[in-house]
Design a protein around this ligand. Structure first.
Ligand code: SAH
Ligand code: AVI
Length: 330
């Protein structure tokens, strides 16, 4: 790792970030991956979003998990490793951890490394007998699981509708990747946000306190800090709307004027009103998500929703195979 005079740290993660940012900002239309929202500030801002009155997904999913906590505990084999993809603050996991007492280990996987380590420390304090084995990794790529859980049966947990932040073909690829990680006979519990009234959806991503706007704009702050760019945040605006044809909320950063910004030696030009597409948040029906999961090799076993049909929690299973496909990755 080397440090330049302007205190920009060059490691392999930063190099990948730089490559993706330059590729995304020189593409038409301009785009950036939502995985880059989650530096330490981004993770903290996401936590604030979950508390907003307009952001219904978190409290609705928590309601569903609480209502079915005993059913969820019954899905955990004795001594199982609970592998959570995109664990954030592990708030929802605590519902599972407090009910399923015979777990072998909890393995939170998250790209936001510093936030992950802080949450793991807190969990160890709260659950002193639980093995907490955090993995800082991009869950879309192959990553090493901790040795201590290699022999344990695995249950996957992917709450928050983070799966909605993938394009549908990426979601299918991720579900296949998770099947390889979790292995034959595994159970996967996945939270999925549902299509609903457009006003409810749009308000959830345009909150009155503008925390979502801060979360979106923080991506430019991160590019400035980590890649030495000079985006003026006052010259960009948060846009979020429901694209009904594609069944997704789209978040963009819109340039308020014609401007030119140097990023990693590359000159990026913006027209007035031109946007960077920073996130899609797909909304499914119970049936459309079930079909997606089936196409990726999973069997939908159970699905729970709330009374308003705002959110769904799916229990997916993999057949008990004895061939090589589906065996846990090492
Ligand atoms: N599961 C939590 C947090 C959801 S926010 C909840 O339900 O509230 C999405 C989380 O996924 C963040 O913690 C973010 O850091 C993580 N994340 C997003 N993309 C990721 C990726 N490609 N690899 C690993 N973690 C990722
Ligand atoms: C993590 N993910 C499912 C959130 C979502 O709703 O798509 C991220 C988010 N973006 C804006 N608000 C919340």
């Amino acid at each position: 790792m080397t440090a330049l005079a302007r205190k920009i740290v060059i490691d392999s993660a930063t190099t990948e970030f730089a490559t993706d940012v330059v590729a995304g900002l020189t593409a038409t239309p301009k785009r950036l991956s939502p995985k880059y929202f989650y530096d330490h500030t981004g993770s903290a801002l996401f936590e604030q979003i979950t508390e907003l009155p307009e952001y219904y997904p978190t409290r609705t999913e928590i309601g569903i998990l609480n209502a079915h906590a005993a059913d969820i505990a019954a899905l955990m084999p004795q001594g199982a490793a609970l592998v959570e993809f995109g664990s954030g603050s592990s708030t929802k996991t605590r519902i599972v951890l407090s009910t399923a007492r015979a777990l072998g280990a909890y393995v939170p996987v998250d790209i936001s490394a510093q936030f992950l380590q802080q949450q793991a420390m807190e969990l160890r304090r709260e659950y002193p007998t639980l093995k907490v084995l955090p993995v800082a990794a991009d869950f879309t790529k192959p990553f090493e699981l901790p040795d201590a859980m290699r022999m344990m049966p695995r249950v996957g947990f992917f709450p928050g509708s983070t799966i909605g932040n993938f394009e549908p073909h990426e979601a299918a690829a991720f579900l296949r990747h998770a099947a390889r990680i979790l292995g034959a006979g595994a159970t996967f519990i996945v939270g999925v946000d549902l299509v609903k009234d457009t006003t409810v959806l749009q308000k959830a991503y345009n909150d009155s306190q503008q925390v979502t706007a801060k979360f979106n704009l923080n991506l430019l702050t991160r590019i400035n800090r980590e890649l030495g760019a000079r985006f003026n945040l006052a010259c960009f605006e948060h846009h979020a709307f429901f694209n009904r044809e594609r069944s997704r909320i789209e978040m963009h950063l819109a340039s308020l004027k014609r401007q030119r910004i140097k990023v990693c030696g590359e000159c990026v030009e913006f027209r007035a009103g031109e946007t960077i597409h920073t996130e899609s948040s797909y909304k499914y029906s119970v049936e459309s998500f079930g079909a997606l999961a089936r196409g990726a090799g999973w069997t939908p076993a159970t699905v729970w929703t709330d009374a308003d049909n705002y959110f769904s929690v799916h229990v997916l299973t993999l057949p008990n195979g004895n061939g090589r496909r589906g065996k846990p990755a090492r």
